[in-house]
Design a protein around this ligand. Sequence first.
Ligand SMILES: Cc1ncc(COP(=O)(O)O)c(C=O)c1O
Length: 313
Amino acid sequence: MGTDCIAIVPSASYGIATAARNLPVKKGQSILVLEEQFPSNYYPWKRRAEETGAPLKIVAWPAENDWTAAVLDSLTSDVAIAALPNVQWTSGGRLDLVRIGAACRKLGTALVLDLSQSLGALPFSVGEVRPDFAVAASYKWLLGPYSVGLLYVGPKWQGGLPLEENWIQRANARDFSSLILYTEDYDAGARRFDMGERANFALLPAAVRAMKQLQEWRVAEISDTAGALTRHLAEAAADLGFSAPPEPLRAPHYLSLRRQAPIPKELPEMLAREKVFVSVRGSSIRVTPHVYNTVDEGDRLIACLRRFAARSC
Ligand SMILES: Cc1ncc(COP(=O)(O)O)c(C=O)c1O
């Protein structure tokens, strides 16, 4: 895949909205999403469903935490679009996108991916998954700045309609003297979907540097390193009554710890006082380490959770 397939966008929501604008949905068809899917990959489909009369088909949280099996079960011939992540963000559940991509192609279902919680920390291959559209915000696992994202657009859709009509996505944009010789032609490939002011000289150098850093570290190694730490944490937290989807059903870099009793909203603040930073999402504690985190830091989290479990953290 060359850079011709990539558009520069400001957010995941912009990429998903681009896909929603271009993918056909007929009455009687449906749009597939996951339960508790991130809002940027939910609201555009809800709107599209309302506009077309195509119902949203929501894959329920699977009892055995197997999101891949649950999606494959729900992929029936009426599904026009499957709008999915690689990692379900409240559970850390991992979807096997190669299998899901193959199933979509068999049915003629378009596959739209929000990779914001995985790209950069979990190996992903456009060539193997063959999505129609795939987007990732850069400020998470791509380690880039806020307000930059990357949108992959499959060759079939590169003649589509962008969300905005700006000058920089046009065929004559490199020749400033001809900008007012208005043209119907867009620049090659996915560049027609580029956002206005895509050449953001404050942000793009940081995004590029961050991606080079990821290439140096290697995504597979980031995944293995984070995986070793979350495995250690999952085992230690299990003794304290927290559960997580087992591997390989969860992504190595993404540990979502749940327990029966609700998690108090003030827990992240209590942990932060101990210099341990996690997020609470729904009824889970999200622990998402990177290569710079150490086993000692992980053990500090466990010590804190132990004190918390004993109500004195
Ligand atoms: C799964 C997922 N997708 C997307 C985003 C960011 O969305 P947007 O770029 O639309 O703000 C987040 C942020 O938390 C996320 O967790």
